[in-house]
Design a protein around this ligand. Structure first.
Ligand code: FES
Length: 154
């Protein structure tokens, strides 16, 4: 029961409480193996059509990468001599983040077991444990640079 000044009308805003409830539900929901929890605040990004703004060009230096959280997975954005490429930030071998790998030219080496992938094409260059590199690929995503912003189609 809400008490107030007689004759006044009070409006209760439950918007904030609803957000908190949504967040609690998210945290309590079971997570699939190998998928990191991504807070809601980090999932909301500017979108135009299928493209999502992920970073400023100045945030990713040449030869470097940045991992970006999406709803169900992460995407690694690489800067190769001023051109940007996006791949799924999970090594097909054991899901180690490829954004943490070592970049040489267009090839990123996974820091975990040294499988190698071409960042531009997604092709596997080197694999081991009897895996044929021709049968392994990492998912790639289209990238557009609009002014000083990087947009990715996921
Ligand atoms: S997790 Fe990348 S090579 Fe094993």
């Amino acid at each position: 029961m809400v008490r107030g000044i007689p004759g006044k009308i009070y409006v209760l805003c439950l918007c904030f409480m609803m957000d908190e409830n949504e967040k609690e539900k998210e945290v309590k929901a079971p997570k699939p193996f190998g998928v990191d929890y991504v807070p809601y605040s980090r999932r909301v990004r500017a979108r135009q059509g299928d493209f999502t703004r992920v970073a400023l060009t100045s945030e990713i230096l040449p030869g470097r990468a940045k991992a970006v959280d999406f709803e169900k997975f992460k995407v690694a954005i690489f800067n190769i001599e001023g051109k940007f490429y996006a791949i799924k930030d999970a090594c097909p071998h054991a899901e180690y983040p490829l954004a943490k790998g070592t970049l040489r030219g267009e090839v990123v080496s996974c820091s975990s077991h040294n499988w190698q992938f071409n960042v531009r094409t997604g092709d596997c260059v080197r694999a081991d444990h009897g895996n044929d590199p021709k049968n392994v690929q990492v998912r790639t995503f289209p990238v557009e640079v609009r002014g000083d912003e990087i947009w990715v189609k996921v």
